[in-house]
Design a protein around this ligand. Structure first.
Ligand code: GTP
Length: 199
């Protein structure tokens, strides 16, 4: 049987946006009202995505992290879920700076991320429109889901699975590019040898 691909996903966002609630919803299809706000946790999850077995490691980061710890988490992940709370404009405004930090940590690799607007069940308290979320995602060239960890609406699972697919696509493209570049090196070396022999 083919080896299961390993994909590491880290979830970032301001404290209280619902990172833990989203991860728990994805893993258990349930909603739990309160978690220890300071804890960070890693979960392992086996999934089959498009007929391929995938072992996902999901890191639920704490909203209040020390700089060094955060940088470590940013380097650790293959893909990132950036979460904001649709009822908290401040959390939406933190997305861009977070994305810049992630990009810096992942250099020279390209960043693979998904933007998630959580708490879509709290429509009456909404501060960030769906269109604003879509515009930001287009600007960041990433996928976008608006959902609720509480009710499960908006397909929380799809956001995680789609991010895994994107990580896999990027790996495939990078693998091909690496193979192409090593073939080019071999061709160049042979050409050099042939030029030497004929001169
Ligand atoms: N109504 C509603 N409340 C939510 C939703 N998701 C999370 N919450 C609530 O928001 C609060 C914060 O949720 P957490 O999952 O602990 O948020 P967090 O981002 O992990 O917070 P930190 O661990 O402090 O970074 C809790 O009271 C949750 O019950 C949601 O989709 N809808």
């Amino acid at each position: 049987m083919a080896k299961s691909a390993e994909i590491k996903l880290a979830v970032f966002g301001r404290a209280g946006v619902g990172k833990s609630a989203l991860v728990v919803r994805f893993l258990t299809k349930r909603f739990i009202w309160e978690y220890d706000p300071t804890l960070e946790s890693t979960y392992r999850h086996q999934a089959v995505i498009d007929d391929e077995s995938v072992t996902m490691e999901i890191l639920d980061t704490a909203g209040q992290e020390e700089m060094l710890q955060r940088e470590g988490h940013m380097r650790w992940g293959d893909g990132f879920v950036i979460v904001y709370d649709i009822t908290d404009r401040g959390s939406f405004e933190e997305v861009l700076p977070l994305k810049s930090l992630l990009e810096e940590a992942k250099k020279p690799k390209q960043l693979t991320m998904m933007l998630v607007g959580n708490k879509a069940d709290l429509e009456h308290a909404r501060q960030v429109s769906t269109e604003e979320g879509e515009r930001l995602a287009a600007e960041l060239s990433c996928g976008f889901y608006e959902c609720s960890a509480c009710t499960g609406e908006g397909s929380v699972s799809e956001a995680f699975l789609e991010l895994c697919r994107e990580v896999r696509r990027r790996r495939m493209v990078q693998g091909k590019a690496r193979r192409r570049s090593s073939t080019t090196h071999v061709k160049q070396a042979i050409n050099k040898m042939l030029t030497k022999i004929s001169s």
